[in-house]
Design a protein around this ligand. Structure first.
Ligand code: KIV
Length: 283
């Protein structure tokens, strides 16, 4: 599937004329270590990117789209083609945020060369600023390989959802001393390999604090600590689109309830022939 087409901006509702704004940059994000918190949300579509863009510093086209958009049970089934299609849409819908695209399971773990080929496709076909990949010390050579070849990388340690089958679930990590030490070592390795930022997911709070203090690149927490250099949430979680609310999520709206009410109003209007009215007709 080709995703490198250009939209007709004069007629497309999906791509109105952009405001003259400058996109933030990877070095700009790196400089935010210990400074103003970095605001990141996931986005999967052009329209959502348009709505989130001016409020965020970074938009993450997360492989959580497997569950959020495609109804898959885990992120393991997400493909590179899905990530590229949604990554391109989010880049088209944004003008300000640094857009990062997740590398899906199976597209990068085989070797640094495999990771480079997949990441190069992501960069060329989406226009994103960088990629994110999960994993600790074992992925450090891959992070170095990509970073040294012009592909900015965000690391991801702690609870790494692509490893759900090995981890046995989505519980918080770092509760034992040994596990906490391993995750800290993972964070140090990914930082030293050249990642420009690090997502720290689902770890006990003191560990997230320790990681943030121990590494040079900014940490972006999710279920981690307010001491992280930034925060990220899955946008549908924060909007209240799902019934299940993980402990680390705050719902900033109840969109599912409002969509349900809107759909009920529409259905009643159609059934009672109150819609369409004369206003919506070509007379
Ligand atoms: O896939 C995703 O949305 C993520 C975030 C939760 C960090 O990796």
């Amino acid at each position: 599937m080709s995703t490198t087409f250009t939209l007709d901006t004069a007629t497309s509702r999906a791509h109105p004329v952009p405001e003259p704004v400058r996109r933030l940059t990877v070095p700009g994000i790196q400089k935010r270590k210990g400074g103003e918190p970095i605001v990141m949300l996931t986005a999967y579509t052009a329209r959502m990117a348009q709505l989130l863009d001016r409020h965020c510093d970074m938009l993450l086209v997360g492989d959580s789209l497997g569950q959020v958009i495609y109804g898959l049970d885990t992120t393991v089934k997400v493909t590179l083609e899905m990530m590229i299609a949604h990554g391109a849409a989010v880049v088209r819908g944004s003008y300000h945020s640094v857009v990062i695209v997740d590398m899906p399971f199976g597209s990068y773990e085989g070797s640094p060369e495999q990771a480079f080929a997949s990441a190069a496709r992501v960069m060329k076909e989406t226009g994103a600023a960088g990629v994110k990949l999960e994993g600790g010390a074992v992925m450090a050579p891959t992070v170095a390989f990509l970073s040294q070849r012009g592909i900015p990388v965000v690391g991801h340690v702690g609870l790494t959802p692509q490893a759900v089958n090995a981890l046995g679930g989505y519980g918080a990590r770092g509760r034992s001393e040994a596990e906490a030490a391993k995750i800290l070592e993972d964070a140090r390795a990914i930082d030293a390999a050249g990642a420009f930022a690090l997502v720290v997911e689902g770890v006990v709070e003191p560990l997230a604090r320790d990681i943030t203090a121990a590494i040079a690149c900014p940490t972006i927490g999710i279920g981690a600590s307010p001491a992280c250099d930034g925060q990220v949430l899955v946008v549908d979680d924060m909007l209240g689109m799902f019934e299940r609310v993980p402990r680390f999520v705050e719902r900033f709206d109840e969109l599912a309830t409002r969509i349900d009410a809107a759909a009920a109003s529409y259905a009643a209007a159609v059934r009672e022939r109150r819609f369409p009215t004369e206003k919506q007709l070509y007379l």
